[in-house]
Design a protein around this ligand. Sequence first.
Ligand code: ADP
Ligand code: MG
Length: 691
Amino acid sequence: MKLDMPLSLMAGIGPKRAEQFERLGLVTVGDLLDFYPRSYEDYGDVIAIGKVQPGKVTILAKPTTVTGRYVRRGLHVTEAVVADTSGELRVVWFNQPYRAAQIDTSKEYYFSGEYEFARGRYVLNNPQTELAANVDPNGSRITPVYKETKGLTSAFIGRALSSLMPLVDDLPETLPPELCKEYDLLARPAALRAIHAPMTKADYEAGRQRFGFEELLAVVVAAAMNKRENAALEAWHIPFDEAAAQAFAGSLPFKLTNAQRSAVWEIIKNLEAGTPMNRLLQGDVGSGKTVVAAMVAFMAAQAGYQTAFMAPTELLAAQHAATLDKLLTPHHLTVALLTGSVKPKARAPLLEAVASGAIAVTVGTHALIQPTVNFHSLGFVVIDEQHRFGVEQRRRLMDKSARMPHLLSMSATPIPRSLALTVYGELDVSILNELPPGRTPITTKIASPNSRAKVYEAADTAIEAGRQVYVVCPQIEPSAAVPGKGSAKTKAAPGGDDHKSVVQAFQKISGSLLKHRRVAMLHGAMNADQKAEIMAGFVAGEIDVLVSTTVIEVGVDVPNATIMIIENADHFGLAQLHQLRGRVGRGKEQSYCYLIPATSKAPSRRLRELEQSTDGFYLSEVDLELRGPGEVYGRAQHGQLDMRLARIGDVRFVERVQKAAQWLLNSTIDLNNYPELASRIERAKRVITLN
Ligand code: ADP
Ligand code: MG
């Protein structure tokens, strides 16, 4: 069997079939073998219709009627009544218009799905459907379920794969057999059979285990190699000047927390080591990361090196610049702000001052990576909210130094431990797990849309006492105003929806809910000047209520704001909600965060977890569990990492893979003999590298 053989050369696959396969991204035999099932159905577990209870069920039944229609634009419903000797039930499929034509009322099928109450009656919802005649009575009853496309069923894909199974023994092993033996992994042929043609649940689990291991191994080995390569580079030497460090700490209006002190200490050791620092500084919003960065920038300047400090938005960059300016000016260091909205007239002299070395710390947005920006002696790079930047953008900033500069990445999004061990395995990590003293923990409450008036009453009381309020909505304009969307005319659910957009919520709040208060709105469609003016007004206390999208970034610091109201809260991810919440609770006053879901249905797990916990690390674990590593790690980077089966949330599994990676790197095994693994590692190295 040749892995690069086109599928069209397989028996039973003509040009038309090949086209269907191509829609799933499958062109060659190798692609097909790599196309793992989404799930498995156990057709051995059939239940009589008369005995069906709500929940997951598999029935063996004959359809009596099948009809399909569009109930409205964008929503197609296929309905069938199916029967066995014990009774009949109703089956529905949504947006699978091809179903009706596929189903033959003279034949028996397995239907496997969720039996549930929906729209006023019980139905079997979107079941996996398999012609009974296709299920071999003597073979396995466990049937892999593959992603389907129009005209191409899971069953057909399964049959194509079955026909390949006798040939897989000839395929080369992609992992060193010694490693498979040491770590109890199936050999590749056995793993392919286990995953595509399992006899038992244990089979496919072992298959998934082997391929998941392989995926993660490549990433972990890549991280270890990056780390070794980085350690071989020579870096700028920034010696520890104890007197200067003490003078700086002594000049602060507060005492550093213990967490800040140990982070600074860890960094100092890196700067002296002679190899480039590659450290991630993690800490919840308000934990004092910027101060740590400022202190390091100060030490770099003492040694003659400039600092570049990149943040994802203008607002954040401006705020960091102001903070750093306050902290560094007393020490006679110049801080400059470089963003896209610096006018050409001001830009030229600014760029010159950066290039001449007159500016010690340049804070900015993506504007920093423009080719026109040159440094005199860039030695230290800080990247705030590093996951918001792509690998390429980070690299371009670092390339402005003649040597690999010291890098401090900062993140207010805590990374789950398992991710920190894997994709971030090449990083050193410092954690600020302690908030500066004098802060009162935020109280979080889920409030049904029916009780919205009460929430705004509470806000009104706080404003009366001199406090300020944030209201965050998921979008700028009402959905119907979005041009060019086919479904835009669809009437959205009534109720919560009139608070979904900033524009609507602003009208409601300034027109009725809090009409006697000073209300302003802020969103990404406004220009930078407008945004800056509104934000300045809020900072100065001239605005009571700020209605905004998520443009107000993590880290924006208005200690007088004590109420955060999040409208349509289910729209946001857990990590994002946690970050939004962090905009309040920055002063001494008790702060509140109200989560208002779109409907008064039972709130989601996300919202309930957020209501219960303020621990960013705990929430990050929950987030990982709910969304999977792809989303948590960051869309851009992860899209290029092949991690479909690796159970990255499972710390024990991750630790085993880590051991295997070390075992492999310390062994005499030549990776060149495993080109597939070697190229996976190469790819992963490029994707995860920070330097
Ligand atoms: P982060 O960047 O982690 O969100 P910041 O560095 O912006 O946090 O600090 C948040 C606020 O706390 C700032 O107003 C800062 O001046 C203040 N702060 C930082 N460290 C301390 C400390 N050790 N004690 C008191 N206040 C602090
Ligand atoms: Mg900050």
